[in-house]
Design a protein around this ligand. Sequence first.
Ligand SMILES: NC(=O)c1ccc[n+]([C@@H]2O[C@H](COP(=O)([O-])OP(=O)(O)OC[C@H]3O[C@@H](n4cnc5c(N)ncnc54)[C@H](OP(=O)(O)O)[C@@H]3O)[C@@H](O)[C@H]2O)c1
Length: 309
Amino acid sequence: MKMNKTILITGANSGLGKDTARQLGLKKETEKIYLACRNETKAKAAKADLEKITGRTIFEIVIMDVSNPDSVRLAVAGLKEPIDALVMNAGGMGGNSPMDITSDGVTSLFATNVLGHVVLMDELLKEKKLNKVALYAGSEGARGVEDMGMNRPALKTSSEDEFAKVIDGTFFDEKTDPMEAYGYIKYIAALWMSSEARNNPNLRLITMSPGFTSGTAVMDDLPFAKKLMFKYIMLPIVAPLKGLVHKLEKGAKRFVDGISDDSFKSGIFYASKAKRLTGQVTDQSTIFPDLNNSSYQDNANAAIHRFIK
Ligand SMILES: NC(=O)c1ccc[n+]([C@@H]2O[C@H](COP(=O)([O-])OP(=O)(O)OC[C@H]3O[C@@H](n4cnc5c(N)ncnc54)[C@H](OP(=O)(O)O)[C@@H]3O)[C@@H](O)[C@H]2O)c1
């Protein structure tokens, strides 16, 4: 186990990000946790709550909207010291219009989950502000979750052009379920992390899914019927009976372990075992071999960088 003294967590005001901050805040070795959030009011409330729960005053707010590269650059420029660990957790279903295109030419879903995080890591590396480890919040959706109607991403060539079409939304049609697009987007992010892991052998860069986790707001952006099904039926009733969902503490602990435990190897995407959404984690390339293809990894990375000015 390596000690991380300073950690930055994106989307730290609620759900998994906040509980990751709580668990890390309770570790004696943690000296500072940056709560990177887009909304100052929510960030202040989370900071006060975390201080109360942990009894420590180690939390500092950084205003950062990860769907906006300029906001990310500004936040990194304002960091006075390098961080040991980075948890790229902000994200979810991309708001009310996930397939709308942002001024960077990508879907909102992609901007929220991936684009800003790529800029964040690029800037931290450029400014030598990342010392040890970075973790990206992945999802089992990236290798398909048949039980939830999410098919495994199926690309024809996995070329840079094809990944770019997923990123700018032209890969999909109007009928595509944003939950399915979410799986593709988390897949591209896992490929990017593996590509960057080869580019940065001095760092440990991993993707970790929290598993299907209750007690977060991730389902709130789904259209009404889907929200009804997932938030009020699937998550609280059906999934626990089938052992498909675990509590917030368990999901966040995967992130805490991911950054703290060196046995999680750089370049690997860890998530639940095949047909599971909870329990032990395993290397997802044993389930979906495309994740291990270094050309696909580099193509995904290059495609993302087409959209970064
Ligand atoms: N819960 C699950 O079952 C599950 C499973 C697999 C993966 N994940 C992943 O885990 C991560 C955390 O999800 P969660 O379940 O904890 O959801 P959540 O409760 O909705 O938390 C998401 C956090 O991200 C923040 N965020 C969203 N867009 C942002 C932006 N543009 N800039 C900065 N912050 C932004 C939100 O801030 P606001 O409060 O301002 O919206 C919130 O703090 C996501 O990446 C999600 O895809 C979750």
